[in-house]
Design a protein around this ligand. Structure first.
Ligand code: SF4
Ligand code: SF4
Length: 220
C-alpha cells in the first residue's frame, strides 16, 4: 500500500515533468532561446548533487522523467551492463561532450540564438541516444553515462545514504525489481546496518517502501 502510494505520486510528478520536457524540446526548435533551460538544468542537477547525490535525476530531471514514463513502455528492462556504470566510459562521455560544447560555444559566441539552438540540438541528439538505450536495454541506461548524473554521483558520494539492515533483509529481491536504475540494495548486505554504496541511487525511496521487512531506510 505504502509502495503503491509512493509509486503513483512519483508517476504523477514524472508525467508532468515529461510533458514539460517534450513541450520545451519541440518549442526549442522554433524559439532557440529556450535552449538556455538546459544549462540551468545542468547547474541544478550538479548543485543538488552536492547535498543529495542524484536526487535531481529522480523526477526533477525532465528527461529522466520522460525515460521513466514514456520510453520505459518500449523497453525490455534488461540489466544495465556494468561497463555503462564504470568510471572510464563515463569520464570519456563527459570529456567528449564538454569538448564539443566548448567548441560550439566559442564558435557561436556571442549570439544567444545560435547558442540556444546548439543546446537544443545537443539535447535532441542525446535524447535520441537515450531512447535507443531504453529500447535496447533499460529505460535509464543513458542516465548511467549522462554527464550531469555522473557529476552529481561524484559530488554526492555518501550524502543522504540509503542503508540496509542486514539482519532484517531476507534477500527477496523486491528492492531490485522496483529500482528505476537497476541497483540491488541487498547486495550491500554485510554485518549490521550497511550503506548502499552506489552513487547512482536516485534517492527515490521506492525500495524503502517496497521492502517487506523494513530493512531499508535513509540515513541511520
Ligand atoms: S526488499 Fe528488503 S528484504 Fe527484500 S532483498 Fe531488498 S532489502 Fe532485502
Ligand atoms: S536504490 Fe532505492 S532509493 Fe536508490 S534509486 Fe533504487 S529504488 Fe530508488
Amino acid at each position: 500500500m505504502k509502495y503503491r502510494f509512493l509509486k503513483n505520486r512519483r508517476a504523477k510528478k514524472q508525467a508532468v515533468s515529461a510533458v514539460v520536457f517534450l513541450a520545451l524540446l519541440a518549442a526549442g526548435w522554433r524559439y532557440s532561446l529556450l535552449g538556455f533551460f538546459i544549462p540551468l538544468c545542468m547547474i541544478a542537477g550538479i548543485g543538488i548533487g552536492l547535498f543529495r547525490g542524484r536526487k535531481w535525476c529522480d523526477w526533477f530531471c525532465p528527461r529522466g522523467s520522460f525515460l521513466d514514463t514514456l520510453a520505459a513502455k518500449a523497453s525490455p528492462r534488461r540489466r544495465i551492463p556494468s561497463f555503462l556504470k564504470g568510471l572510464p566510459l563515463r569520464l570519456a562521455v563527459i570529456g567528449l561532450l564538454m569538448a564539443v560544447m566548448t567548441y560550439q560555444l566559442v564558435r557561436r559566441w556571442p549570439d544567444p540564438a545560435a547558442i540556444g539552438s546548439y543546446f537544443i540540438a545537443m539535447l535532441t541528439v542525446t535524447t535520441i541516444l537515450a531512447v535507443i538505450g531504453a529500447m535496447l536495454l533499460h529505460p535509464r541506461a543513458w542516465c548511467c553515462v549522462c554527464p550531469v548524473g555522473t557529476l552529481a554521483n561524484l559530488a554526492g558520494r555518501g550524502k543522504y545514504p540509503l542503508r540496509i539492515d542486514s539482519d532484517r533483509c531476507v534477500e527477496c529481491g523486491r528492492c531490485r525489481q522496483v529500482c528505476p536504475i537497476d541497483i540491488s540494495p541487498f547486495s550491500f548486505k554485510g554485518e549490521g546496518r550497511e550503506k548502499v554504496r552506489d552513487g547512482d541511487c536516485l534517492k527515490c525511496g521506492q525500495c524503502v517502501a517496497a521492502c517487506p521487512t523494513e530493512a531499508l531506510r535513509f540515513r541511520s
